[in-house]
Every structure is written in C-alpha cells, then in structure tokens.
Design a protein around this ligand. Structure first.
Ligand code: ZN
Ligand code: ZN
Ligand code: FE
Length: 751
C-alpha cells in the first residue's frame, strides 16, 4: 500500500551535497516526492511502499555525505498526494532560521584529480570546487545557502557550469561556488607595482627565490615564505614584529611532514580532516627561526586548489603560512585592508577575485593523553553547532576579552563563532562587533527578544558592549564558572554534580580579586559553589603583570625566605625590584589566585626573566623545558581548602641554588601541580559528593600537565572531562556563558 511521510532534518545539511544525495537515494528506492532547503534545514516529502520508505530512512542515515551531520530528524506521517516523480524544488524562506551553516571544506580528492588532469576543462583552475568541498561559511552573505546570497553572486555561470549545476546526478549539482576558467574569478599577482603573469607560476618562483608573499586564501590573507630559508624567516619576523611566537607551516604532502615532525596515526587522521587544521606535532628537525624554544611544530596540509597548485608549480615544499595580521588580531580578509596593512611586510600580493565575506583563521589542534584538543577553533569547524542546550530562549553570549568568541543559541542549538582575537586591539573589537551583527542578521535574531550573557568583569570591552545591546535581559556570568559550564555543555550533563577545576591566567573574581585557580562543586541545574582555590598572592599592576614573569614573581615569592634574586643564578632585572617596592607601599596591588601567574613565577625562577612577546609564552617555555625529563614531584599541599604554592616555589629556589638541571626542575614543578591537584581531589571527595572531574581554562592546554594529572587520577576512578569541541582557553567562555544562560534565564524569569 502507498504511504507518505514528511521528513524534517536539521543539522549541517546545506551546502554539503545533501539534496543531490537525497535525490539519488529516492530514485534508487523508487520513491516519489520532493526535497527542499528550508530555513530550518532540509525537508523531504516521500511517497511509496512502506518498506521502501523504511529502507530509505535507514540508507539516509547510513550513507550520509562526509561533511553532512544530522542534529535532529523528525518524521511526520502524511496522506499520499499522488506525486509521479522525485524533484528538487526551490528553497523556501520563512520560519525560524536554524539551518546549520556548513564550515569551509578542504579540496576533495575528485576535484584534486581534475585540477591535475590536463584534459579537464578546470585543469589548474584555482577556484575548482564541488558539493563535497570548497568555501561555505566564508562566502555566505545570508541564509538559505544559495548562490545569489554568496560572494559568488557576481559571476554568471557559463553553459557548461550551468549544466553541471542543474544536473542532480552531477557532483556539482547546486554547488553554489561552482566556477570554471571561462566564467569564474581568477587570481592576479602584484609585485613592486607590476602585475606578473602567469600569476601562480610567478608566485611559486618568487617563493623559491626567498620572497614573502601575501596569499588570499579561504578565510583571509596568509603571509607565505620558504620555511627552510633562515634569512627570509628572519625578515618575516622583523617585518611582522613577531619576535618569538612559532610560525605554522603548510607542507606539500605527508612525506615532507614526515621529515619535519614525528607523526602518529592520530596526528595523520587530524591532518586529513576535511577541516584541514594545523596540528601541533613533536619536532623532528629544527628549522632556524620557525618555532624557537618550542618542542612542537604546527603543520597543515594544502586545503585550497590554490595551495596545491603552488606546490605543483614548484613552490618550496615547506612554507611558513601565517595569518596576515598583527599578533592577537584576527586575520586580514579584505583586499584593501591586506594591501594597506601588509605594505612593508609582503614583497608581493597574490589576490583572488572572489570576495571573502567573513574572516576565519586556521584552526589549531594538538594531541594529548585525553585525546585531541583545540588550541584554536576556527576555519573548518566554525560555525557548526557544537551542542544542544535545554532552552527555547534565544541567547547571545559575548565571551571574554582575550581570545574572544561568540555563542548564539537558537531553538537550543549552540553555534560558536570563529576566533575573534583580543578585544583590546582595534581590529579585533571591530571584528567582534561585525560578528555579532553578522550572526544576528544571518539567523534573523531580534536582540530585543534575546537574553544577552557577558563576563562579570566590569572593565571588559565585551561586557560594556553587551550592556549597550538591546536585550530581553542582560546576565553576567563569572568567568571561571563559565569555563566549567563550557565543558558541561559539551557533555550535556546538566544535572551531574561535578568538581570543576578552572586554572587560567586571569578572570574577574569577587571583590575585584583576579582569580585563576578555582575549584567549584555543583551542577548547572543547582549552581556552583567555590569550595577551594589557590592560595592568594599579591599581584602588582593587576592584569598588566601578565607580560612580566618577574613582576608576578615579586608577589608570589613575597612570603618566602629569599636569597639575593638579582644575582646568579636568578638575575632578576630592575622590574622585579620596582614591583617589590610597589608591593611594600601597597600601590596598585591586587589579590590573585592566578595559576597562570604561578607558571610565570616558576618560569622566572628558571631563567625566563624577560618580558613575554606573546600571551602564555612563559608557560609554554616551561612545558618545553620539562619535556622529555623525569623527576620526583615537588610538594604542593592542600590545607584549609587552599592549594599552597609556597613549598613548591621554595623547592625550585633550593634546587636552583644547588645547580640542578633546569629541565628537571620544570618537570618536578609540573609533577608537583598534578600530584597536588590529585591529592586535593581525594580530600574533597570525602566532604563533597561529585560524579566527574571537569577541567577548564587555558592552563589545561599544557599537554604535560594533562598527562601527569590523568596518570595521578587513575586510582581515583572519576571520569575526567575537558573541552574537546572548543579550546579550553577563553575561546570557551561564550559557550559556558550560554550554558549558564540556558538555566539562569529560566530561574530569573520565574523569580
Ligand atoms: Zn570537490
Ligand atoms: Zn563555467
Ligand atoms: Fe579564562
């Protein structure tokens, strides 16, 4: 007997070849009806024999296209209307826009084969793509995802492209950015005021000859140069004012990667994701100036046709590929901005005609004992919905000021934006405002009917801006509780009682204190209570001290018996003495429990006495020192709900004076932290009941600490949770705020 049903799907189902897939499937199962893109996702009307409908539904889930992801599937029984074929019909607008925007996808193997096939009409065409690959988020102007609403709207399809675009059985059926050399955009190369051609061959030559070239990619401009040429690497550092921070590389293929880093199977899997992220791997070879004082090297594979072509045309096989921006600012993505900002840095500009609608930096992952973690979640992942929250409210969470991201929640689905940089920088703050406008426009959000969440820090730019936004309600969220809530949001463990440990550099605590070593107990439904913390220290200069390890050290060492810190082996500079002076006069002194500043203090004691040139540098340096070492843990006792760092620091000073190898001291410091935390958890488990341990905050991006801590916790048998879909650092704050908002907004309204 004939039956009918309407299937409504939500998730990443637009721009990933979903409708052609459904079309082919319906034909294979001899079913009638239609499929269309709606604001909320995809709708499928099916008519046919009951068992075929059933088989279709099963195949739909089993054979999903690689980049597609179904978040929700609803089936409604219907009366047959007598359709005689199966068609793909016009997109529908209206209704709530909750369709997931597909992230940008790396070039697929089919398109790569065509790119390299001299008999193909898209041979060496740098904008080749299909429904399985190519740009998405970075070219979408509005939903639903259709060509007139993308940055490809200005290019009329030629007859050949149109034919592919219209053919449901073709790989390019409704591939919105489809183009060819006849009808699509192209690249041009500008060098010293002249246009060189052929653009790509000449770019490869310039790179070979030691030039720095600005390349327009998917989500912005990169600066590229030969990673094996120390002079050009040095020139890039000088021109970009980037003294020490590691550069990421793009390598031609696996063989090249294999020469530079140690690759595990897991690392290879990450490198080959359709998101094509940067993966931080242990160094095998030292390339001068590329990643100084760093045990790892970030590498990625080519992910656009342009990248493959440059390598095919003879570019050096390992290229530095760094975001074209100033440190802590998001990537430059507009041609005029790039030309203006990069004048004096780039020798040449390879400019593509296809406009980029929004900036998206490369994502960065590293492998740890607890699995892969994000160091930055952006291109290839944003803005996919991360999780579902139990709320019908529309929520906008604006995150924190460092490493900002936004989270928008619609119909319970949490969309986390790309990385937007540090908001104290002008371009980052502009990007932040743009992104709020962008997300709200795209999803048709009325802010007046939205709950806006922000960090409790009264001086944050993000908080002040949030309070200016029209909203149904403004709710502040404490920074470290947001860190813990972000992990819980991912696990969807709303009622689970957890012990949440948040370790980071800085966050606004109570009464103006700078927190960063906090222990909470509770759940999202019942709320969290701060039950323990790092012992308070004094911090001269507050958040500004984050750039000077010796300034942090002045406060953390204040209660210890000290030798002369200005001579061997410590050699603390003048800044330490002036900090001590301010401390004794109680001028600009703030109480702090910051674990980040404790790392800085340890680094200062081991020789990192200069200013940092990027955030988190001293802690990374310390991890680098400790890597490959072994030593007994230093004491880090837990008494009166306080983790006391004094014995830990006293042990470092003693061993330093005794001339112990710095690497061993650094290892003993890490091991001490891990063992101290484990002992604390054991003690707290006697007084409090909790079912899982949650780790949040940037300190937990330290791979060695995670390894030592998970080992120390094995005997305790608690599940250990950490952010895996977002970075543990402040990129996770907006998600945590949103999770908080899902519960807090309901209770506030009832109150
Ligand atoms: Zn493709
Ligand atoms: Zn064409
Ligand atoms: Fe934080």
């Amino acid at each position: 007997m004939k039956q009918a049903c309407l299937i409504k799907l939500n998730g990443t189902v637009q721009g990933v070849g979903f409708r052609p897939f459904v079309y082919r499937l319906a034909h294979a199962h001899r079913l009638m009806g239609w499929v269309l893109n709606a604001g909320e996702g995809v709708e499928i009307w099916l008519e046919g024999e009951g068992d075929r409908l059933e088989a279709f539904r099963q195949a739909l889930l089993d054979d999903l296209p690689a980049a597609a992801h179904i978040a929700r599937l609803k089936v409604e029984e219907q009366n047959p209307e007598g359709y005689t074929g199966f068609r793909i019909i016009q997109s529908q607008t209206g209704g709530k826009l909750t369709a997931h925007i597909s992230p940008d996808l790396a070039l697929c193997p089919d398109c790569l084969a065509e790119l390299r096939d001299p008999s193909n009409w898209r041979y060496q065409y740098p904008y080749i793509n299909c429904t399985n690959c190519g740009p998405r988020y970075s070219i979408i102007e509005a939903l639903p995802y259709d060509r007139p609403l993308t940055s490809m709207k200005g290019w009329q399809l030629c007859a050949d492209c149109q034919q592919e675009y219209d053919n449901p059985l073709n790989r390019r059926f409704h591939a919105q950015p489809v183009a060819c050399p006849m009808c699509g955009p192209s690249f041009k190369l500008l060098h010293k005021g002249q246009e060189l051609s052929p653009a790509l061959t000449e770019t490869a030559r310039l790179l070979r000859e030691g030039a720095i070239v600005a390349l327009k990619g998917i989500g912005g401009y990169h600066l590229a140069c030969d990673a094996r040429n120390p002079e050009v690497v040095q020139a890039l550092r000088e021109r970009k004012f980037r003294k020490e921070k590691a550069f990421a590389l793009m390598v031609k293929d696996l063989d090249v990667a294999d020469k530079l880093v140690y690759l595990t199977d897991d690392a290879k899997t990450l490198l080959r994701l359709v998101a094509a992220p940067i993966v931080l791997c242990p160094k095998k070879l030292e390339l001068s100036g590329v990643a100084p004082e760093n045990p790892g090297l970030g590498i990625m594979f080519p992910y656009t046709p342009l990248h493959y072509l440059l390598f095919d045309l003879g570019a050096p096989e390992a290229l530095i590929m760094t975001s074209a921006n100033h440190s802590s600012e998001p990537i430059a993505y507009k041609d005029e901005d790039a030309l203006a900002q990069l004048k004096g840095i780039a020798d040449a500009f390879l400019i593509g005609e296809r406009p980029i609608v929004r900036r998206v930096d490369d994502s960065v992952l590293r492998l740890t004992r607890l699995g892969p973690i994000f160091l930055r979640r952006s291109r290839g992942f944003a803005p996919a919905a991360l999780t579902t929250l139990p709320t019908r409210e529309t929520l906008l969470a604006v995150g924190a000021d460092l490493k900002n991201t936004l989270t928008l929640v619609i119909e319970g689905q949490a969309f986390v934006s790309q990385y937007l940089g540090d908001l104290e920088h002008y371009h980052s703050f502009e990007a932040f405002k743009e992104a709020i406008h962008d997300l709200c426009t795209m999803y048709d959000v009325d802010l007046a009917d939205t709950v806006v969440l922000y960090d409790a820090h009264p001086d944050y730019y993000s908080s002040q801006y949030a309070l200016e936004l029209p909203a149904k309600m403004h709710l502040p969220v404490q920074h470290h509780q947001a860190h813990i809530a972000a992990v819980i949001a991912e696990k969807q463990a709303w009622k689970t009682k957890v012990l949440g440990i948040a370790l980071d550099g800085t966050g606004y605590g109570e009464e103006g204190a700078i927190w960063g070593g906090e222990v909470f107990c509770g759940s999202l439904t019942e709320g969290f209570k701060r039950i323990a913390h790092l012992r308070y220290a004094s911090l001269v200069g507050g958040d500004a001290a984050a750039s000077y390890p010796v300034q942090a050290a002045a406060g953390f060492l204040a209660e210890l018996e000290l030798p002369d810190m200005t001579t061997e082996p410590f050699n603390f500079p003048e800044r330490y003495l002036s900090a001590k002076d301010l401390l004794s006069k109680k001028l600009r002194v703030f109480p702090t429990t910051s674990a980040g500043r404790l790392f800085d203090t340890a680094a200062a004691l081991l020789g990192f006495t200069r200013a940092l040139s990027f955030e988190g540098q001293a802690a990374m340096w310390l991890e680098y020192l400790a890597t490959g070492q072994a030593a007994e843990p230093y004491p880090f006792p837990f008494l009166d709900n306080t983790l006391d760092y004094r014995p830990l620091l006293a042990a470092i000073i003693k061993d330093r004076l005794a001339g112990r190898v710095a690497g061993q001291i650094a290892y003993a410091f890490h091991a001490g932290l891990a063992q101290g935390l484990a002992a604390m958890i054991e003690t707290l488990a006697k007084d409090y009941s909790f079912e899982a341990i949650v780790l949040g905050g940037g300190v937990f991006q330290n791979g060695l600490l995670l390894e030592l801590l998970s080992t120390a916790l094995v005997k305790l048998d608690f599940p250990l949770w950490i952010s895996q879909a977002v970075s543990a650092n402040d990129e996770s704050i907006s998600l945590g705020q949103a999770a908080f908002g899902a519960f807090a907004s309901a209770s506030q309204q009832n109150a």
